[in-house]
Design a protein around this ligand. Structure first.
Ligand code: MGD
Ligand code: MGD
Ligand code: SF4
Ligand code: MO
Length: 798
């Protein structure tokens, strides 16, 4: 290659900058990555967002970290005194420090964290990070899911036995009705947005629940402008109308949910066979046979009742003779119906601001236009009641009967591959030490994951024991998470902290050693399935390294494997040979690494979607659902036993106008936030083509709220909450409820090329949104943090 002999290559690839993982064609000219275009032949390649299109600016950005560095000045100093070191010195130091900490205090004293795989190319490597962490012996891993994942995951894990909707994707190609709840794929997942537009073109209905008229809400058949955080009441109200009008799949409720199972009024537990007779089975539940007027047993190991299902009562109240005397019992569906009955459309309007008529119209549309495919995300994850909101929406979804049905939410098949996350490497003894297990026994700790707040507590208060080391692959804890000041104290108090990243950020600035990582365009990565459809799931692609790494940057996977060998885990990391690891991972698929290298656009393995797999039978026993009753659990004894409400009753946001009337006069507005299509979380403000389009952090407010405060468009304002204050520029938005304002997080980085300023992550001039939010009032089940429903006041900055 030379200037006289230019080469231009068009390389099939995919953009890994966010969850969309858009199929793309990269142009490489003379060894330089110059453009990225959509690849419509790829199942996620209909379009690219602007971040993808300007990806070369990210790769060649002047602020990229190029060399490993160590700090030479104390943490918290304005100047960290970063000094370039060799990779050998960096990795040896990291391995030595981590080993020392582990030897002295146990491996649990080292926590791991990484940038969310939804907002970075960490999806390339997060499974390997888990493997490394488990081989090391630490149960403590934070991936920001308390901000966008655990609520739904846990709720539906307990209700449906599976993470819904993320693990059972909306089948947009076949849906009759698409429901987006606190989800705006126009910004956050282009591949879903394009698929939704296509679905609408062929006649699918769209319902959007969002306080803002944003993205596809503008093109929706129903846009429900819910008050932030009141989503649970809306879901129960929809369920009420559906049940009341008979707009629900009674067969699904009867056959596949725990709706018929009887609950004792005296203790809230399911009535069991052993309650009726000493010889009765402890595991067997009971339902009411309304034809014969007697209780009938349900054996969860067989998934069957001792009577024909059509005889089972879903409603009613029955006095049943037990060994302890007569006990009133009701079917779980009766109790569910009673709960929903408290949320008639008028009450829903009062709580949520969504008009009663619209609640009814929406319930009818869900029924008439089914199959329903739904997706819910940040809008209801960043809530102090996230888990119960997600369970209430799960209830609505179960009423449609569309779980795993064509056009509903489907568990698409996956190409067979070896699980490389090292699940069996972490002993039960170490798992039992996961931070947060005692406080939130049903929470992330059950899955050996922790929240940032739990890590901060362990670092600062040594509760339940001391965390002294942190290994970070990307992430920006001090900007992404609430209670930033406590976060800063915690990071400063660590004995040892290593951070791998493309850029220095305010959190990396607190590390002892910083390692430079490649962008996804400078590294190879294996992707088995693209999640969103059967076609997408069938594609295996080995993303090509487009260009050589900048400076001495290494891929995260390379760093993980290098570190694993130095820590003495070579034998479970193929002695550092990544190709061998990929071969192991791919073996069950029958696709070889060589074939993938020869076919950079990927290889499709034939997969056939099977629907309603819960009804498949082996030896006449239905597969059912992975829950204690083998049914979808409307009513959860698991929750009850841990002291949580067994039904997903609505609770007001903990820092809202109703639960904190004491704050109402000082903070009369309700604060939420949303992501920007130009930027991923706290990244990308340094890219000129993006920053030019949005120079400063914005806060949207209604014209009436602005006028009452003498605020004009573009004015700098202060957003103030009981926790802190930050600045932003006012943007007037007539579609908002006058009491609701919507901010943006993630602002700290400058873009010197166009003279756009940075913002201090802390202090009076800060624009770090999460200084506004405390960690005190979090979801009791998942630890989710209320970034999307808080009280605030806005003042013009003079
Ligand atoms: N461009 C871009 N794409 C991204 C990211 C990014 O930062 N930028 N981040 C990635 C990550 S990590 C994630 S988790 C996903 C998230 O993807 P989304 O969940 O789609 O992200 P948001 O747009 O923040 O939130 C969705 C909607 O929730 C609404 N909302 C706010 N408060 C409430 C509420 O109380 N109730 C309801 N029902 N809705 C509410 C907001 O107005 C917003 O339109 O996106 C991923 N993709
Ligand atoms: N107020 C408010 N706060 C929020 C949100 C919100 O909507 N509102 N959203 C929250 C959500 S959903 C999430 S997931 C979290 C996100 O929080 P984080 O996961 O911490 O994401 P970022 O803040 O974008 O920081 C990502 C860092 O990782 C680096 N990085 C990017 N790609 C790579 C890579 O491939 N390898 C390595 N080693 N580093 C990389 C980036 O350069 C950047 O420094 O923030 C959350 N915080
Ligand atoms: S939506 Fe944009 S950033 Fe995300 S993968 Fe697609 S092109 Fe990349
Ligand atoms: Mo996220």
């Amino acid at each position: 290659m030379s200037a006289d002999n230019p080469t231009t290559e068009q390389v099939p690839s995919f953009c890994a900058l966010c969850i969309s993982r858009c199929g793309a064609i990269a142009t490489v000219e003379n060894g330089r990555f110059v453009a990225l275009k959509p690849d419509p032949s790829h199942p996620t390649g209909q379009a690219l967002c602007i971040k993808g299109r300007v990806a070369p600016e990210l790769v060649y950005h002047p602020d990229r970290l190029l060399y490993p560095m160590k700090r030479t000045r104390p943490k918290g100093d304005a100047d960290s005194g970063w000094q370039r070191i060799s990779w050998d010195e960096a990795l040896d130091t990291v391995a030595k420090k981590l080993t020392e900490l582990s030897d002295q205090y146990g491996p649990e004293t080292v926590a791991f964290n990484n940038a969310s795989p939804s907002t970075s190319a960490l999806s390339d490597s997060v499974d390997w990070i888990r493997r490394l962490r488990r081989a090391f012996g630490s149960p403590n891993h934070s991936i920001s899911m308390e901000l966008c994942g655990w609520g739904r995951y846990l709720a539906n894990q307990y209700s449906f036995g599976v993470g819904l909707p993320a693990d059972c994707m909306p089948d947009l190609e076949n849906a009759g009705c698409i429901l987006f709840w606190g989800y705006n794929p126009t910004v956050s997942r282009i591949a879903h947005a394009t698929a939704t537009v296509a679905a609408q073109k062929r006649g699918a209905r769209l319902i959007v629940v969002d306080p803002r008229l944003a993205g596809l809400a503008r093109k929706a058949d129903q846009w429900l402008r819910v008050r932030p955080g009141s989503d649970g009441a809306l879901a129960l109200g929809l369920a009420h109308v559906m049940i009341d009008r008979g707009w629900y799949d009674e067969g699904f409720v009867r056959n596949w949910t725990n709706g018929p199972l009887l609950i004792r009024a005296d203790n809230g537990r399911f009535l069991r066979e052993q309650d009726l007779a000493r010889s009765g089975a402890a595991e067997n539940y009971l339902a009411w046979d309304q034809t014969d007027g007697r209780p009938v047993a349900y054996d969860p190991s067989l998934g069957s009742y001792a009577a024909d299902n059509s005889k089972l009562a879903l409603f009613g109240s029955f006095d049943i003779e037990t060994l302890q005397g007569s006990v009133t019992c009701r079917p779980a569906f009766q109790l569910t119906t009673e709960l929903c009955g408290r949320y008639d459309p008028k009450e829903v309007e009062r709580i949520t601001g969504v008009e009663a008529d619209q609640v009814i119209r929406t319930a009818q549309m869900l029924w008439d236009a089914r199959p329903v495919a739904y997706m819910a995300w940040s809008g209801l994850e960043q809530q102090s009641n996230a888990t119960q909101i997600a369970r209430a929406i799960g209830l609505v979804y179960a009423l449609t009967g569309n779980f795993d049905a064509k056009g509903g939410n489907v568990q698409f098949p996956a190409a067979p591959s070896a699980n490389i996350q090292g699940d069996d490497m972490l002993s039960a003894e170490q798992r039992a030490k996961t931070l947060g297990l005692a406080d939130r026994p049903l929470g992330p700790s059950r899955f050996d994951h922790v929240t940032s707040a739990e890590i901060y507590r362990a670092i600062l208060d040594h509760q339940p024991y001391a965390v002294r080391g942190l290994v970070s692959f990307g992430s920006n804890l001090l900007v992404a998470h609430a209670d930033c000041e406590r976060g800063r104290e915690a990071l400063a108090a660590l004995d040892f902290h290593v951070h791998a990243d493309l850029f220095m950020n305010p959190s990396a600035e607190m590390a002892d050693i910083v390692l430079p990582t490649t962008s996804p365009f400078e590294s190879e990565a294996l992707k088995i399935g693209f999640e969103i459809s059967e076609a997408a799931c069938s594609l295996i692609q080995l993303r090509k390294k487009l260009v050589e790494p900048r400076g001495e940057a290494r891929s995260d996977i390379q760093i993980i494997f290098d570190l694993a060998c130095r820590l003495g885990f070579g034998q479970v990391f193929w002695d550092g040979d990544i190709d061998s690891a990929y071969r192991h991972q791919l073996a069950p698929s029958g696709v070889t690494l060589e074939t993938l290298r020869e076919n950079p656009a990927g290889v499709r393995v034939p997969l056939q979607t099977r629907y309603q797999k819960y009804a498949e039978r082996t030896d006449n026993v239905p597969r059912g659902f992975d829950t204690p009753s083998r049914k979808v659990e409307f009513y959860s004894e698991t929750f009850l036993k841990q002291g949580y409400p067994p039904l997903p009753d609505y609770e007001e946001p903990l820092v809202g106008p109703h639960s904190r009337p004491d704050l109402a006069s000082r903070y009369p507005l309700i604060l939420t936030c949303a992501k920007d299509s130009l930027y991923c979380e706290s990244q990308h403000r340094g890219l000129p083509s993006l920053r030019r389009r949005a120079l400063d952090p914005q806060v949207d407010l209604h014209p009436a709220a602005a006028a009452a405060r003498e605020i004009g468009p573009g004015d700098w304002v202060i957003i103030e909450t009981p926790k802190g204050r930050v600045r932003a520029r006012a943007r007037i938005n007539e579609a908002l409820d006058p009491q609701v304002v919507c901010g943006q997080h993630g602002w700290w980085q400058a873009c010197p090329e166009i003279g756009a300023p940075g913002f201090e992550p802390f202090g009076p001039d800060s624009a770090n949104f999460n200084l506004l939010i405390g960690h005190d009032d979090v979801d009791p089940v998942s630890g989710s943090v209320p970034l999307r429903a808080y009280v605030c006041e806005i003042k013009r900055l003079l």
